[in-house]
Design a protein around this ligand. Structure first.
Ligand code: ZN
Length: 109
């Protein structure tokens, strides 16, 4: 799912941070922002996987919002890397935590 309606001050701050990332990390973050990351909901739409369900909890569709904010199956990793972010905008405020979270999961590789 793409992120819409960011806070007015988010874009300049985010842009500055994005420009400091290497090419690989920048692509990972941009794929997340645009909703084109290889999560099961997206992969099932493309016909690449049979099930849109979350590989951690198997309870609901695996989307960016589910994994980053809601899934109990990755709650421990999320708390360790992202703290208690309540929104995607908050999570995007900590790109280091965001990238280490996804790196530990290994789901975007
Ligand atoms: Zn889940």
């Amino acid at each position: 799912m793409a992120i819409t309606s960011p806070a007015p001050d988010l874009i300049p701050r985010l842009t500055t941070k994005l420009l400091q990332l290497n090419r690989s990390k920048l692509r990972t973050v941009l794929d997340m922002i645009t909703g084109h990351c290889p999560l099961n909901k997206h992969l099932s739409i493309l016909g690449i996987t049979d099930s849109p369900l979350c590989r951690a909890c198997m309870e609901t569709e695996e989307t960016l919002i589910l994994v980053m904010l809601q899934c109990n199956g990755v709650a421990e990793q999320r708390a360790a890397h992202l703290g208690s972010s309540a929104t995607l905008h908050e999570a995007l405020g900590d790109l280091g935590g965001l990238l280490s979270f996804w790196s530990e999961l290994g789901w975007l590789e």
